[in-house]
Design a protein around this ligand. Structure first.
Ligand code: KPC
Ligand code: COM
Length: 528
């Protein structure tokens, strides 16, 4: 289990990829752990922290603790660091969403310009899954290589950790002691116990889709209305696989998503329906039908009628929960939803035990995982540091990229008496003939069917002139929202005048700068 090449040199990224792929494909023949642990001669200090789980939270926490001069050990059951992101979650999700966007454009433009007739038989979900599966060794390898060669982290991979007590972990037959434990094992799909038949072949979640899909689906039913449901549903539909979403609560109005603007919601859902997705809100899924294989799904609709849909493919997107069984020896305080209770320094109810990332509940997002890990590391290294993740910029994909930060229009109007908005298309426009936003990335839509070219809204408190919310459906605006969120949440805020003073890189993916400039001359702001 020594992660060195035959020549004693550190493994290259390419060598790591081959090794990891081999272990992932043949786990039974690769039961040995991968050790990258300093010998007592190299380092005889006690560990400041053992990170259980080397995903985004554990890896960033570990790297930061090490950078601060501490000693860490990171343990992961998978043979790579980076966790579910490069293996089953964010990275494949983004591959699929990029495919969804490409396929959507190919379908929209078919028979025009150089676009051939859309051939759904060429858009295979299975093939794209296989493409990801064949290539994921590379991002895995980079995580291991970077963590070892550049960040100097110590880790043991391909080995399950057993928690003995708050200072002791057993792994690969050896016990390790540390001043602190940081729990970073993430979450997995919470399969609703009340729905029967979820064990049938043909039922997948984001993880088993990657690991187990072996036939091309012809019809899809999605159970749940989470971000994952919207994103994967949009991808399946874009490949030509007719998709139905069964959701109990209305889409985009769930408690785990905040500040969703009603105008943004309407546009997003209208555009999903425009692509042919069937959305059933108020649906209570009862059972997944079939013998061995799935043949259909039965649900109760909002009127209490029992409805049956035939399908050979069911995707569960009902949200995620952590599996906390391995932490039972610690006696952690758990909340009523099944998440670990921790304070803003990531300390749990047990002294010297920290919990981070998805273990703490929503938002189950990358920034939160990584910054939780870093927060634990900073506190362990003696700095008092708090991380409040109650406000953040948010996003998801359909065939569009949807981004927002700050307040929705309804929230802004509750909080401020004098709100103006900049919105494209405006409320009174006919969106089928109003060819804006027409931002970067949506020109082919804007010139062929304007309504498809996206949607945006900027909310301004006209009294202070501060921007209080931004909402966008289009392409490529995620970067801007990372910064807008920061700017508008500074104590001094960010005004429409300051926005108007920025230098746009025209034609930009969001048009907030120039649209702000068109209005900023006004002493008394009015909507645009
Ligand atoms: C695409 C991929 O493998 C993601 S790995 C993380 C890259 S970064 O966030 O820049 O460290
Ligand atoms: C990204 C994984 S794929 S991590 O957050 O860099 O560890």
């Amino acid at each position: 289990g020594d992660d060195r090449g035959a020549d004693g040199e550190p493994l290259t990224v390419g060598e790591w990829a081959l090794l990891i792929d081999d272990i992932v494909e043949h786990p039974d023949q690769n039961t040995e752990a991968l050790w990258n642990v300093a010998s007592p001669e190299e380092d005889d200090r006690e560990y400041d922290a053992i990170f259980i789980g080397g995903g985004a939270a554990g890896r960033f926490g570990s790297a930061f603790l090490k950078a601060r001069g501490g000693r860490q050990l990171t343990i992961d059951a998978w043979p790579f660091l980076g966790g579910s992101c490069p293996h089953q979650a964010c990275v494949p999700h983004h591959l699929f969403s990029e495919c969804a966007r490409e396929l959507d454009l190919a379908k929209h433009m078919q028979g025009k310009l150089w676009y051939p007739e859309f051939d759904a038989s060429k858009a295979s979900i299975l093939e794209i899954v296989k493409l990801f599966r064949a290539g994921r060794g590379m991002p895995h390898a980079i995580m291991n290589w970077q963590s070892k060669e550049q960040l100097g982290m110590e880790y043991i991979l391909n080995a399950a950790a057993t928690v003995i007590d708050e200072h002791t972990v057993e792994v690969d037959g050896r016990r390790f002691q540390a001043k602190n434990l940081v729990l970073c094992t993430g979450a997995r799909t919470d399969f609703p116990a009340e729905i029967s038949g979820l064990d049938r072949k043909g039922v997948y979640d984001f993880a088993s889709l990657i690991e187990e899909l072996d036939e091309e689906p012809t019809r899809c039913v999605i159970i749940g209305g989470s971000k994952v449901a919207l994103e994967y549903g949009s991808f399946f539909q874009a490949t030509g696989c007719q998709t139905t979403i069964l959701t109990r609560s209305p889409l985009l109005r769930t408690a785990s998503l905040h500040h969703v603007d009603e105008g943004l919601r309407d546009y997003v859902i209208d555009m999903m329906v425009d692509r042919g997705i069937e959305i059933v809100e108020g649906a209570q899924t009862l059972d997944v039908l079939g013998d061995d294989r799935v043949t259909g799904v039965r649900y109760r609709d909002a009127n209490g009628e029992i409805v049956e849909v035939e399908t050979d493919f069911v995707f569960v997107g009902t949200g995620e929960r952590p599996d906390l069984r391995m932490y039972e020896p610690l006696g952690l305080k758990i909340d009523d939803r099944g998440f670990v209770v921790a304070d803003a320094t990531m300390r749990t109810s047990v002294p010297n035990v920290y919990a981070v990332g998805d273990l703490l509940g929503p938002p189950m997002e990358m920034f939160k995982a990584r910054k939780c890990g870093v927060t634990a590391a900073r506190n362990i290294m003696g700095e008092h540091h708090e991380f409040d993740f109650s406000e953040y910029p948010d996003f998801f994909h359909t065939t569009y990229e949807v981004t927002w930060c700050g307040l929705s229009e309804a929230e802004a109007r509750t909080e401020y008496p004098n709100v103006i908005k900049i919105q494209m298309p405006p409320d009174d426009a006919d969106p089928e003939s109003f060819a804006l936003p027409a931002a970067e990335g949506s020109m082919l839509y804007a010139f062929t069917r304007p309504i498809l070219s996206g949607w945006l809204k900027l909310l301004v408190d006209a009294d202070s002139r501060k921007i209080v919310g931004a909402h966008h459906v289009g392409y490529g605006a995620k970067d801007a929202f990372q910064y807008i969120d920061y700017l508008i949440r500074r104590p001094e805020g960010f005004t429409i005048d300051q926005m108007a003073d920025l230098n746009e890189l025209f034609l930009n993916p969001e048009h907030f700068i120039q649209l702000s400039r068109l209005r900023a001359g006004q002493m008394s702001l009015v909507s645009l």
